[in-house]
Design a protein around this ligand. Structure first.
Ligand code: PEP
Ligand code: MG
Length: 539
């Protein structure tokens, strides 16, 4: 038996034969050409065909991976029209008088490398998108078909890396799991695998060698371990784990649709954190009683320009409609620090986590802020909306943000557009300043939601992005827990509710303490809701 350790990015147990993804070899030889204009026309025709394919793909994939995820193919299509992508290709055809396949491959590889070299993890992961688009165009130019698995049997599919197109187009009935040599945990490939419920492990490096093809294997997508030629004892252990997971799910299913109650009978709200409209489906599937944190910044990331009011309105409207009567708390833009979008043109900063981010950007860029607020207010008539401001430190900031909300309402009224006047406005408590001053802030807020990810980072002065500090980061630090308790007490004294939407909310070892504090709501990953409901019932 060979045991390989990778990075598990989509949980679940799988057992089957390993099969390497067969990619049709692409013709990328450097073929000289005589007629430059004709070659440019060849490229442009292939580009149009690729755009048509991507349009179709975006439509077909919506039911499989969700509308928001399928939007990636729309981004691929936009890339084909982007001069940053096409100009270098045309330049190579003209200056080197070579075939379009070679030009696309060369220019595309350079651009993909530029992305791969970026510091920002999100931008780094976009490298595979450029590669994906280029391969599509080359395939069209050379008239070759898309590759597939080497086998007709369901297999554990292996590859160097999977492009988002490959992952999204996988036939679920033929793929037991995905394993790759490279990859990034936040890549679209990993996101698609999770959405489609396919166990996936990445980053095996060269250990995942081609000569393992055809061998029997078993894997655990949670721990990231792949066993080749697994011993009977390993198979039994994995089967037992899968069986235990099935039993636990069955028991938890009995709590579906039931209210969340503590042992003493006090009701709590169990909400879901979402980042896109399609995640609202996951929230419903997980039995969320509402959405406690809609991270709206994901509407701004992965694109080249600001999403306009109508685009945002559509997303908020759809999320609200999907959730029906259930409350949907939309957090206004929380960009900056680790979440960067080039078109914001944010200044380079020494300490971005302490810099121009979240509400600070919104308060200094009124157009961006008001556009978002108008979109949320317009959508508010389609469901049960609430607004939440991130990174609020002081009453002054909160009053300024609320004034923007008032102006946004005024503007909609002037245009005769419909909206709810009384959308609740709350804040995230995610700095020590806001926790300590929560008694004053509570007078101006309709609710508090504690962002423990940032609250921990700022209280302990430990960069949440820096893996090497993890041994210093006590996520259950007493200082953070006391700030949470203080915030909750001050909320209740002022007669408003208090919840937690940071990752600490799902820590089952702290549930009893949160219940004892009188926490009103916990907002967590949709898949954790039933588990947490069971735990709360014991506390
Ligand atoms: C938090 O800081 O806890 C939070 C929920 O916000 P984010 O993780 O998006 O910064
Ligand atoms: Mg935060």
């Amino acid at each position: 038996m060979i045991t390989l350790q990778g990075k598990g990015v989509s949980g679940g147990i799988a057992r089957g034969r390993l099969s390497f993804l067969k990619r049709s070899s692409l013709s990328v030889e450097k073929r000289p050409i005589d007629d430059v204009d004709k070659e440019i026309e060849r490229f442009n025709t292939a580009r149009l065909t690729a755009a048509e394919q991507l349009d179709q793909l975006a439509g077909n994939m919506t039911s499989k991976i969700g509308e928001e995820n399928a939007f990636l193919f729309e981004i691929h299509r936009m890339m084909l029209e982007d001069a940053d992508y096409t100009d270098p290709i045309l330049e190579i055809i003209k200056s080197e008088k070579v075939c379009a396949e070679y030009a696309v491959n060369t220019a595309g590889s350079r651009l993909a490398q530029d992305f791969a070299d970026m510091d920002d993890e999100y931008m780094k992961a976009r490298s595979i998108d450029v590669y994906d688009v280029s391969k599509r165009v080359i395939r069209i130019l050379s008239g070759e078909a898309q590759g597939g698995a080497e086998s007709d049997e369901p297999v554990i599919l292996a590859a160097d890396d999977f492009t988002p197109s490959e992952t999204a187009q996988l036939d679920r009935s033929k793929v037991l799991a995905l394993v790759s040599r490279q990859g990034a945990a936040n890549s679209h490939t990993a996101i698609f695998a999770r959405t489609m419920g396919i166990p996936a492990i990445i980053s095996f490096g060269a250990f995942l060698s081609g000569d393992l093809s055809g061998k029997e294997a078993a894997l655990d997508g949670e721990t990231g371990v792949l066993y080749v030629d697994p011993e009977p004892a390993v198979i039994s252990a994995l089967e037992a784990k899968a069986e235990q997971a099935r039993c636990e799910r069955e028991t938890l299913e009995k709590l579906r649709g039931k209210p969340t109650r503590t042992k003493s009978g006090r009701e709590m709200k169990l909400y879901a954190n979402i980042g896109s409209v399609s995640d609202a489906d996951a929230a419903l599937a997980g039995d969320a009683e509402g959405v406690g944190l809609f991270r709206s910044e994901f509407l701004y990331l992965g694109r080249n320009e600001y999403p306009d009011e109508d685009t945002q309105f559509e997303s908020y409207r759809k999320a609200l409609e999907k959730m029906g009567d259930r409350q949907v708390i939309i957090r206004t833009l929380d960009i900056g620090a680790d979440k960067q979008a080039d078109y914001f043109d944010l200044p380079k900063e020494e300490n971005p986590a302490l810099g121009m981010r979240a509400i600070r950007i919104c308060l200094t860029r009124p157009d961006i802020f008001k556009t978002q607020l108008r979109a949320i207010y317009r959508a508010s008539v389609y469901g049960n909306a609430a607004i939440m401001f991130p990174m609020i430190n002081s009453v002054d900031e909160l009053l300024k943000a609320k004034e923007f909300a008032r102006v946004a309402r005024e503007e909609l009224r002037a245009k005769g557009l419909r909206f709810h006047e009384d959308v609740p406005i709350g804040i995230m408590v995610e700095t020590p300043a806001s926790a300590v001053a929560s008694d004053i802030l509570a007078r101006e807020a309709d609710f508090f939601s504690i962002g423990t990810n940032d609250l921990t980072q700022y209280t302990l002065a430990i960069d949440r992005q820096n893996d090497s500090l993890s041994s210093f980061c006590d996520t259950r630090h007493e200082a953070v827990l006391r700030l949470i308790q203080l915030t909750c007490e001050n909320a209740h004294k002022a007669g408003i509710w208090c919840g937690i939407c940071g990752a600490l909310g799902v820590d089952l070892t702290l549930t009893e303490r949160f219940v004892a504090m009188g926490m009103d709501e916990l907002s967590v990953e949709p898949s954790c809701i039933l588990k947490l409901r069971a735990r709360i019932a014991e506390c």
